[in-house]
Write a protein that binds this ligand. Structure first.
Ligand code: AMP
Length: 462
């Protein structure tokens, strides 16, 4: 029965896991899985460079589940043996779902712990006894301090998205949690990027780890059909509406990014007014509201999900056809990160970016990073084309150009300082992402290429 799973069998996985993978319809392990599973099954420690979308959740979950198999026969209340720490609630929920799938053929108990919701269901689950917890650091520490979580029998510790964890200021929480777990355990650390802060954390947490990494994913950009639309900030909403109403573009589901929470709310309001179903997902929304927005979008109840970068972290949406940058990001890596959400799993993706004259410098930086000159759509009716050599930094607007008045208006000192203020503010908002490569979701991993070689990856060194 497992013929089609022979590559997973070769990695050393046992039948409860193979059955679960068959149910998921997986055919081939991804590069990160090929590298991580065999050593992790042996109990080795791992320092992995991999982004969401590479299959890294299975890479650490499968070997841990397999190592739990012998203890699952114990019908008594079992201690917490596995802790998976992640920076965001969305990611925690996603990993929790993955454990449900990968562990579907075994009697494993697991729960998810994060803030922003009542703690009762979480403490109830803990009281009943769980083998695995997936948690964000803040609430976990809270529950530990209240005596609800005992990690003294922990055997496996996973730190996921370590770079984001540090960017989000969780380092002290992580260290506090870490001080409460046994020194004899298996630790697996994954990070999208390896800045020196993550390396020093890994020196602190890991013992002689095997280093693995999957190819950088800036090539994602090549697989996504990208376009920019030069448009005045104030006309962006009209452009969005017209694109969504255009039958030719046939947009079934679009993830729209705005720079601010406020902006996200405004877009939703405007679309709703125009009978286009939309919901927002951002930091000011409760966990329930965010989950509800995400579920509705996944079920295609809403056509448009409007998100800020921070809120969109870690959300996994399959089959996303369109990413629309309502505001093009001011950090180039964020662009790669955003458009990596489309064109997953071998599907072709479309990424459109609305660029106001003030945002040209961001476009310039993005093109420099991805080494692609993004095609300019000149067929829309809200053109705000400056007089530039395409794709280069904007110098001056064209005479008689409709932007001229606006440009002049923006020239005085006051407007300049406003702009600075705006930049500073938006930098703070996205500043959390400064160390993130954004090289997410290389679809080549399980694209049509059946050679199994997938993306380039380095052999584990030991
Ligand atoms: P992750 O990087 O763990 O967030 O995984 C990204 C997506 O890839 C998830 O939707 C997984 O269900 C899917 N996935 C993981 N491993 C495989 C595989 N070997 N074959 C096909 N899909 C996979």
């Amino acid at each position: 029965i497992f013929v089609s799973l022979k590559d997973f069998i070769n990695l050393g996985l046992a039948s409860p896991l193979l059955n679960a993978l068959a149910k998921q319809g997986y055919k081939k392990p991804t590069p990160i899985q090929i590298q991580a599973i065999p050593p992790a099954l042996e109990g080795k420690e791992i320092l992995g460079t991999a982004q969401t979308g590479t299959g890294k959740t299975a890479a650490f979950t499968l070997p841990i589940l397999q190592q739990l198999l012998p203890v699952l026969k114990d019908k008594n209340k079992r201690p917490i043996r596995v802790l998976i720490l992640t920076p965001t609630r969305e990611l925690a929920l996603q990993i929790h779902d993955s454990i449900t799938h990968y562990g579907s053929q075994m009697e494993v108990f697991h729960t998810v712990i994060f803030g922003g919701v009542g703690q009762k269901p979480q403490t109830d689950a803990l009281r009943r006894g769980v083998d695995i917890i997936t948690a964000t650091p803040g609430r976990l520490l809270d529950l530990m301090n209240q005596g609800h979580v005992n990690l003294s029998r922990l055997e496996h510790f996973v730190l996921d998205e370590a770079d984001r964890m540090l960017d989000m200021g969780f380092i002290h929480d992580v260290k506090k949690i870490f001080s409460k777990i046994p020194s004899k355990r298996q630790t697996l650390l994954f990070s999208a990027t390896m800045p020196k802060e993550v390396l020093s954390l890994s020196n602190f947490l890991l013992n002689n780890p095997i280093r693995i990494s999957v190819a950088p994913v800036s090539s994602t950009a090549e697989k996504v059909d990208q376009k920019v639309f030069f448009v005045d900030q104030k006309s962006k909403r009209l452009l969005l509406k017209s694109l969504l109403n255009d039958d030719k573009s046939a947009i079934h589901a679009a993830l729209v990014f705005t720079r601010t929470k406020h902006g996200a709310n405004r877009v939703v309001k405007d679309l709703t007014k125009n009978n286009i179903t939309a919901q927002a997902i951002h930091g000011n929304k409760s966990q329930n509201a965010r989950q509800n927005a995400l579920d509705n979008f996944k079920k295609r109840i809403t056509r448009v999900l409007v998100a800020t970068d921070i809120a969109a972290r870690g959300i996994d949406i399959d089959d996303l056809s369109h990413v629309i940058n309502y505001d093009i990001p001011n950090i180039p890596e964020t662009y790669v990160h955003r458009i990596g959400r489309t064109g997953r799993a071998g599907n072709s993706g479309i990424a459109w970016s609305f660029v106001d004259i003030e945002e040209h410098k961001y476009l310039y930086d993005i093109q420099k990073l991805i080494k692609i000159e993004i095609e300019i759509d000149k067929n829309h009716e809200f053109q705000a084309l400056p007089n530039v050599e395409m794709g280069k930094r904007v110098q001056k607007p064209k005479r008689n150009n409709s932007n001229e008045k606006r440009f002049k208006k923006n020239k005085p000192k006051k407007a300049q300082s406003q702009k600075k203020h705006h930049e500073k503010k938006s930098h703070n908002i996205s500043g959390l992402e400064k160390n993130i490569s954004g090289k997410e979701n290389d679809t080549s991993y399980w694209g049509s290429d059946s050679s199994g070689s997938g993306g380039a990856f380095t052999k584990p060194k030991n």
